[in-house]
Each structure stands twice: as structure tokens, then as C-alpha cells.
Design a protein around this ligand. Sequence first.
Ligand SMILES: NC(=O)c1ccc[n+]([C@@H]2O[C@H](COP(=O)([O-])OP(=O)(O)OC[C@H]3O[C@@H](n4cnc5c(N)ncnc54)[C@H](OP(=O)(O)O)[C@@H]3O)[C@@H](O)[C@H]2O)c1
Length: 320
Amino acid sequence: MFNAAMQYRKMGASGLRLSALALGGWTTYGASVKDSDTVERIITAAFEAGVNFFDISDVYEKGEAEKSMGKVLAKFPRHELVISTKVFWPMSDDVNDKGLSRKHIMESIEKSLRRIGTPYVDLYFCHRPDPDTPIEETARAMDDLIHQGKVLYWGTSEWSADQIREAHAVCDKRNLVKPAVEQPQLSLIKRQKFLDEISPACRALGAGVVTWSPLASGMLSGKYDEGLPQGARLTRSENLRASYVTEASRAAVKKLKPIADEMGCTRSQLAIAWAMAQSGVTCVITGATKFEQLKENLGALKVNMTDELKRRLEAAIPAG
Ligand SMILES: NC(=O)c1ccc[n+]([C@@H]2O[C@H](COP(=O)([O-])OP(=O)(O)OC[C@H]3O[C@@H](n4cnc5c(N)ncnc54)[C@H](OP(=O)(O)O)[C@@H]3O)[C@@H](O)[C@H]2O)c1
């Protein structure tokens, strides 16, 4: 359907291969996009373009993203898919319905598998570190799920480099399966933690890295240059808008326009291609509320991201 040939990359030292571009469901499927025909059109187009990794979480619209995406993913051969979900954020007011305790992990996976409609997930992420649970308790629960065949690889998301290193050390000491992948935020706007800590730590440990929000929730596309387009994410969400839309960020994003024009691509494609080209990145998880966005974003695979181009983009957008 699309001309850009998909690339597949090994997830760190593991044998698993992920498409360099993945599609995620945060704030979108089962949420801002409830129409099942649109969800099906976007996910099917992604799959047909070679996307094999689909990223979900239990907490995305309290299970609705798992149901909405699972319904479409059930139409494709299971072995051609890498499906992830996550655990950590509260799913109700119950004291134990949150965090990374053995109880919450064991109960959450059953609910996620039922909602997605799959006997196993390929990747199961600890969505944040849990200061109230020893890492060994979490690692042992993940190791058990892997032995039970309900999870193939476990990972972390937004953990610090020290926390990831500690998890590896505990698993080494107790002979448990180690976390194979970290899911950090990475975009031209939010890049410092990844560059300073996460990329070097994951490369040293042999962990894969799948990054989120390459467009800074759409900011880097340039659609907020002159105002707040109706219905767009940063128009809808005041909290997200506060962290991304400022006069300084608008001015910086505008500086990408002549570079994109010169390269014959769009600002979204440049921003995604920049993230895909960072050291240690296995895959960039994108989001799309419209078929046209997905189509445009897949075009990032065709951008020739040289070191010189990276430097120009980084000079245009100061980190943070
Ligand atoms: N682990 C974590 O803590 C965490 C956190 C956040 C996200 N994630 C994962 O990462 C995935 C991607 O994150 P994200 O959705 O924030 O990615 P993103 O690429 O930064 O933002 C995607 C959003 O930007 C807009 N957009 C996309 N392409 C566009 C284009 N070409 N032109 C204009 N607007 C465009 C769309 O929103 P509108 O049309 O509504 O404006 C779309 O939903 C999530 O779905 C989730 O799976 C993980």
C-alpha cells in the first residue's frame, strides 16, 4: 500500500525483531477515536505497511484501547504480531489494583489478555517504577509469567538507568529472566534523559529500546504553529498543552519547516526519522488518529537521516 519499505530491527540482545515504526493506542483507540471502522482502517493499513509491533496498556482508557485494538489485531495471524501491554497505573480505587506487586501483576495480566483476546502478550511493560514494591518481587512475578507462557519478554517504561541496572543485577543474582526492553519518551523536544542515561545504559545491558511520543503529541508536526486546531490532542488536553505548546516551542518547531522543505519531506517525517536514527533505538512508537497521519508518518522511513541533518535539527530545537 505504501512505498516506504519497512525495516526490522533486533530488540537489543534478544532474538525478537520489531518494525522500526510501531503503532500505539494512547489517548486514541477506544478514546478520541471510538469509531471502530476508523480504528480498523488505521491498524490494518499499518499492518499492511509492515508494522508488526502494536503497543497498548491496561490503563489506556481503562481497558478500552486493549479491547478496541485487540478486536482488529485478531484478524491477523498471531505469529506476525508483536503485541505489548503494560501494568502499574491504578485501574480502580482498590488498594491493590495498582503498582507492581505480585498480586497486581498476576491479576492484571489475566484481565489484559481477556480484553485483547490473545493467550499471550509478546512484551509486558512495568509502566513506571514502583517505589513500594521490591524489584525482586516484580522480577519474580514477570519470570513466572514468562514460564507460564503468558508473556514472552518483560520490560520497563520510564525507569531510570539505575533502576534498570538494579533489575538486571537482581535477575542475575536470582537466575530470573531479565527485562529485555525499556520504553522511554524520546523526541527532539524531550531527548535529554534518553541521550544522557537510557541509551548508554540499555546498550551496555543489551536491552532494546522502544521510544514513545516522537512528535511530542503532535507538536513537532507544525500544526500548532498559528493556533490550536479543533479536535487535535493538544487542543483537547490542557495538561499536555501546558507541557508542549509555548511561544518558544512554536518558534523552534517553525525552524524545522525550511529544513523539511529542502529535504522534500514533512516536519513529522523529519522528527520520526530523527528518533529512529538515535543510537540504541529499536523502534519508534507512533500514534495516529487519522489514516492520512499514518500514511505521512510511514514516509519517515524514506528520510535520509545523516549526522549533518541530525545536527541541524538539534540546533533548531534546543533540548527540553
Ligand atoms: N510508556 C509510556 O509511558 C507511554 C506514554 C505515552 C505514549 N506511549 C506509547 O507511545 C505511543 C505514541 O505516542 P504518541 O501518541 O504520543 O505519539 P506522537 O507521535 O508524539 O503523537 C501522536 C499524535 O499526534 C497527532 N499526529 C500524528 N501524526 C500526525 C501528523 N502527521 N500530523 C499532525 N498530527 C499528527 C495525532 O493526534 P491528534 O490527531 O489527536 O492531534 C496523534 O495521535 C502511544 O500510543 C503509546 O503506545 C507510551
